[in-house]
Design a protein around this ligand. Sequence first.
Ligand SMILES: Nc1ncnc2c1ncn2[C@@H]1O[C@H](COP(=O)(O)OP(=O)(O)OP(=O)(O)O)[C@@H](O)[C@H]1O
Length: 249
Amino acid sequence: MTAIEIESLRKSYGDVTAIADLSLNIDDGEFYGLLGPNGAGKTTTMEILTGQLSPDSGQAAVLGVDPATQPTAVRERAGILPEKESPPSFMTPREYFDFVGAIRDMPDDAVTAQTESWADRLGFTEKLDTLSSDLSRGQQQKVMIAGAFFHEPAVVFIDEPLANLDPIVQERVKRFLRSYRDAGNTIVVTTHDVDVAAELCSRVGIMYGGDLVADVRPAELDADVTLLDVFLDNVDATVDQGAKPLTHE
Ligand SMILES: Nc1ncnc2c1ncn2[C@@H]1O[C@H](COP(=O)(O)OP(=O)(O)OP(=O)(O)O)[C@@H](O)[C@H]1O
């Protein structure tokens, strides 16, 4: 079955075209990577799919629900790890998880079990009762990752999930993500990191200028072709939206 459908999506901010004409289907159980340079339209796509932003035209559906008309219904079904967000500074991780559990209608014993399991998995048990404002950026990121998966949603949208994490925690998160996908869930990740996309994703869409310019299954690439080769063939990273070629004066 199709988990996510996107049909002829367009979104502009004033005269800046963020999404030009995007069509894409992601099946149940895929680990899909949206890969692209700065300004390619990845975050805008994620924000439309999670009902934070309305498209100018076109359609999207997440598990059959239109995020433009039923954003709350989509957010109930999906887990979301936004780019560069932190748990509220005035809450401890435990309080934040209680909050997540409450808005996700989870029973108390499930909240307790998930809190302990995530703290153990990512190694922040001793920080569960520390105010988030006193956590390091990486510790805050661990809490946000746990929050996205806390109610075990069938679809999860994660933006640069490994940012700020040390290599040991990165490996733990990667292992978890693979097992989550192996359990039949759908994961959509946005990243600039070609190696992360190649290692984790079953399918990668390369975005450039608000459109998909390539759709690749990394495991099926020829032995002498890397995902980086495909990326560089399709994206002129020196002249993407906003970036200018370096000049020597
Ligand atoms: N709120 C906004 N107002 C005006 N322009 C915006 C806004 N948000 C994004 N844009 C523009 O839309 C385009 C796509 O931005 P978007 O954030 O979706 O790209 P991205 O691929 O996520 O980039 P990055 O990898 O740098 O996060 C860019 O040209 C950006 O400058």
